[in-house]
Design a protein around this ligand. Structure first.
Ligand SMILES: Nc1ncnc2c1ncn2[C@@H]1O[C@H](COP(=O)(O)OP(=O)(O)OP(=O)(O)O)[C@@H](O)[C@H]1O
Ligand SMILES: [Mg+2]
Length: 265
């Protein structure tokens, strides 16, 4: 389905895919006010890594994702994806938002096909590919369903299938599960981990939930302050698939909560 992306460069060293180098962002608002959203931030993200951004509201997490997506430009610094500077949106980076962003006038499979529109594929091949991603998300029986007939969790799974289908190098996911009930969220944590293991996608995921971060992330980057900066990094080496209620996951979540409280006081 997807290429088996190498996660190491052959020397056992992780291969860096994304470099954020001294990136800051200041917005000019329409009230003649300047808002410093991000202080200079630097980070490197490895191919196949699952990185989670956490931090209080307004500390610049979504701004960082928008910069990586190329929706907005840095005030200082630069962003490189596989050595190439990010200057505009591209098909190699796909963003999935909190609201699923599906088109209500298209059925499930046509929504997934939409993500493949720019790929020069025969319509039948496009449909086959879309179908394979719906299978991956256990939605094969719903391909003809209308979007309004689906539950919130199913809509998020269709949105994930649509984001994955064009085979982006980087998947950017901004708080996708916050409106969902606990049982559906737990299912989606399992799905997302399975998909990450199967596709080796590089994923950056934003959440407010420390348990979610500890369950999903290979590495958690904590943002804080205004302008936002990365104030803490936690590597999570637990085996996968991880269970949300696993005591080790909970211990890492508790560690993150303590750090968050320290950074507030
Ligand atoms: N387009 C914009 N114009 C002006 N200010 C903006 C714009 N986008 C974001 N900001 C400001 O930048 C700061 C960071 O916002 P951002 O949305 O990145 O925070 P966040 O960490 O994602 O917050 P949340 O957790 O609430 O989603 C905030 O002060 C916000 O008001
Ligand atoms: Mg946000």
């Amino acid at each position: 389905m997807t290429s088996d992306t190498p996660q190491s460069n052959g020397n056992g060293m992780a291969e860096v895919t994304l470099v954020v180098d001294g990136v800051s962002k200041t917005f000019e608002t329409n009230m003649q006010k300047t808002v410093a959203a991000l202080a200079p931030v630097s980070m490197q993200i490895n191919k196949g890594e699952f990185v989670v951004f956490v931090g209080p509201s307004g500390c610049g997490k979504s701004t960082m994702l928008n910069l990586i997506a190329g929706f907005t430009q840095p005030t200082t610094g630069k962003i490189l994806l596989d050595g190439k500077e990010v200057t505009k949106p591209g098909r190699d980076r796909l963003m999935m938002f909190q609201e699923h962003g599906l088109f209500p006038w298209l059925n499930v499979i046509d929504n997934v096909c939409y993500g493949l529109k720019r790929k020069l594929l025969h319509p039948r091949a496009r449909r086959e590919k879309a179908r394979s991603y719906l299978r991956l998300m256990h939605l094969e029986e719903y391909e003809k369903a209308n979007i309004h007939e689906l539950s919130g969790g199913m809509k998020q799974r269709v949105a994930l299938a649509r984001a994955l289908a064009p085979d982006p190098r980087l998947l950017l996911i901004d708080e996708p599960f916050s409106a969902l009930d606990t049982v559906v969220r737990l299912e989606l944590y399992a799905e997302l981990q399975r998909i990450h293991q199967e596709t080796h996608k590089t994923i950056i995921f934003v959440t407010h939930e420390m348990q979610e971060a500890a369950c999903l992330g290979d590495r958690v980057m904590m943002f804080s302050g205004s302008p936002g900066a990365v104030v803490h990094e936690l590597k999570i080496d637990l085996p996968r698939p991880r269970n949300f209620t696993d005591p080790q996951v909970q211990a890492h979540a508790q560690d993150l909560i303590s750090r968050l409280q320290e950074n507030r006081s």
